[in-house]
Design a binder for this molecule. Structure first.
Ligand code: SME
Length: 152
């Protein structure tokens, strides 16, 4: 499934010239086709305001459309530049809840010319949903987005 998904998403990126539209299509695809990807969104950095801004998503609307750097899982990844996998969000103190059904989460930074400019954030209603294969899958998707839309 992941290999086929990479091909489909690769074609979406290749054929798109509108970043936001492309990201919304990727969110919708992942949310609808990958089991356990119950909310999928992209946050981008607003360096001036030192916060993340939600620019595309699929799943239930969230009130957390802006997240200060350092706050929650997303804000922590924005500062450390590292991906974060949380197997059980109830055990995480620096966690912002968007929906009571969420049990696990993955955040993977998106680098443009080696700079962390955003992230893909996925929530699951199952505990321990995200494995190494998901991490590699999402790194690859972010690399494809970066290559198309952020190449110098
Ligand atoms: N749970 C995230 C907030 C974003 S929502 O999952 C959509 C966090 O702790 O940063």
């Amino acid at each position: 499934m992941y290999k086929i998904a990479i091909d489909i998403i690769g074609n979406e990126i290749k054929s798109s010239n509108d970043l936001i539209n492309c990201l919304n299509n990727i969110c919708k695809f992942l949310n609808q086709k990958i089991k356990g990807y119950d909310w999928v969104g992209f946050y981008f950095h607003n360096e001036k305001n030192k916060e993340l801004e939600l620019i595309a998503f699929s799943g239930l609307p969230t009130q957390h459309t802006k997240i200060p750097f350092g706050k929650g899982i997303c804000g922590t990844s924005a500062l450390t530049n590292n991906p974060i996998v949380v197997d059980d969000v109830s055990k995480e103190s620096n966690y912002i809840s968007c929906n009571i059904n969420v049990k696990s989460e993955i955040v993977v930074p998106l680098f443009a010319n080696n700079k962390n400019v955003g992230q893909i954030d996925i929530d699951s209603n199952s505990i321990g949903q995200f494995k190494k294969i998901d991490l590699n899958f999402l790194i690859k998707i972010n690399q494809m987005i970066s290559k198309k839309f952020f190449k110098l």
